[in-house]
Design a protein around this ligand. Structure first.
Ligand code: NAD
Length: 402
């Protein structure tokens, strides 16, 4: 993701909202850009923590460990978190962090040292009311546990709300583990009710946390999941796959393709004649090269950025509805929010209460986006951005900054 792409989307939204230069400048400003060099066993690693806009609340966003991490990428992702958190109606601004490293080159002890070094470098900007990190690409709950421990050692007291996605025993939340798919499943059902349809076929690309859990909810809900795939290939059964059995095969053999069903390639999965295509693998899967071959009339983006902006235009032109990532996968950050509230208040919430809260929030967000999309005849992604930008500007106005 490059910052130039962000500015072009933002310009389009600003034109729709007829915003002036002052508002545009506020939206492109960054609250804090912090760069450090982390040293582990004599090697140096570039590290970043960036907060975009924090008018709605503390910065919120993950920390990624990846060789491609650079300032431009972290800025883009922080901006994107501002939009996602604003659309979700959360009391959060947008933030992101990262370390330029290939974690596969490091031993577990070195990853722990790197994670603790990251907190020592950035602890002054972290805090439950300033900037709250979480896991992202190649970081997980174990790493969040080490980071919390390092932070609490520096501060000399317990502060579990400074980070989310922690191990359960340190104040993490079981509910958060599949909250992304739970939220995506609400968006899927809301779209179905708009279509007035009860029976649809679904293909799911990616069978990890997001894709498997979505397929499981859809299968249990009585919908036909006819195809799934992972990085090693896909499978198809026009009568519907038994998702529990597919998961068993995946756990045993590390690939869905070992399950008894017709083998298909990932390209074939994307081009299947299904009602819903769920993208739950990675970015840039539908591009200008295959957008015209997509037959599904509805695409649900559980992954971040699986449809490129050129593909978006092509799909919109041929009437395919894309339920955008900032709406469809927001269940993840809503789950994080529940964890943060629990940590801040000392409450322990019942699972069914969180279930209802998530469902209500996702339904309301879907409805807002869908209404604007139909009223203004704009695609759902643009509608989602318009709503998110308006809420940020409203907060800036309420603060007297505009
Ligand atoms: P994961 O690593 O658990 O699963 C990814 C899956 O995609 C794996 O099954 C992998 O084999 C498959 N895959 C990789 N390349 C593929 C390809 N070319 N074709 C088909 N399958 C492929 O990751 P996840 O947590 O499920 O995340 C998936 C996406 O959803 C990412 O874009 C992530 O940023 C996004 N997301 C996840 C969450 C969450 O809470 N897990 C929240 C928000 C967004």
């Amino acid at each position: 993701m490059v910052f130039e792409n962000i500015t072009s989307t933002l310009n389009k939204v600003c034109d729709i909202l007829e915003l002036g230069q002052v508002e545009r400048k506020v939206l492109l400003d960054f609250k804090r850009i912090k760069r450090e060099k982390l040293e582990v066993e004599g090697k140096k690693y570039e590290a970043f923590r960036i907060v975009h806009n924090d008018s709605l609340g503390p910065g919120k966003g993950g920390i990624r460990y990846h060789p491609n991490v650079c300032e431009d990428e972290v800025k883009s992702l922080a901006f994107w978190m501002s939009i996602k958190n604003s659309l979700a109606g959360l009391p959060y601004g947008g933030a992101k962090g990262g370390v330029k490293v290939n974690p596969k080159d490091l031993l577990k002890e070195q990853i722990e040292k790197l994670s603790r070094a990251y907190v020592r470098a950035f602890h002054e900007v972290f805090g439950e009311d300033t900037d709250v990190p979480a896991p992202d690409v190649y970081t997980d709950s174990e790493i969040m546990g080490w980071m919390l421990d390092e932070y609490e050692k520096i501060k000399g007291e317990h502060r579990p709300g400074m980070i989310t996605g922690k191990p359960l025993v340190l104040g993490g939340l079981e509910f958060r583990k599949d909250s992304t798919s739970k939220g995506g499943y609400v968006v899927f059902r809301e779209m179905l009710s708009k279509l007035g349809k009860k029976k649809v076929t679904i293909a799911v690309q990616g069978f990890g946390n997001a894709g498997y859990n979505f397929a499981k909810f859809a299968d249990r809900g009585g919908f036909k999941v006819v195809a799934v795939s992972d990085s090693k290939g896909g499978i198809y059964n026009k009568s519907g796959l038994d998702i529990d059995k597919v998961k068993e095969a995946k756990d045993k053999t590390r690939s869905v393709s070992k399950h008894e069903a017709k083998k298909i390639t990932n390209e074939e999965l994307l081009e299947l004649n299904v009602d819903f295509l769920v993208l739950a693998a990675m970015e840039n899967q539908v591009t200008k090269d295959n957008a015209n071959k997509i037959k599904a009339k509805h695409i649900l983006e559980l992954a971040n950025g699986p449809v490129t902006s050129e593909a978006d235009r092509i799909l919109h032109g041929k009437g395919t509805k894309v339920m955008p990532d900032i709406l469809a996968n927001a269940g993840g950050v809503i789950g994080s929010y529940f964890e943060w509230v629990q940590n801040k208040t000392g409450n322990i919430f019942e699972e069914d209460y969180l279930e209802k809260r998530l469902e209500k929030m996702m339904k309301e967000n879907f409805q807002k986006v869908y209404d604007l999309h139909t009223r203004k005849k704009i695609d759902m992604r643009t509608a989602a951005y318009v709503i998110a930008v308006q809420r940020i500007l409203e907060a800036e106005k309420a603060r007297g900054n505009l």
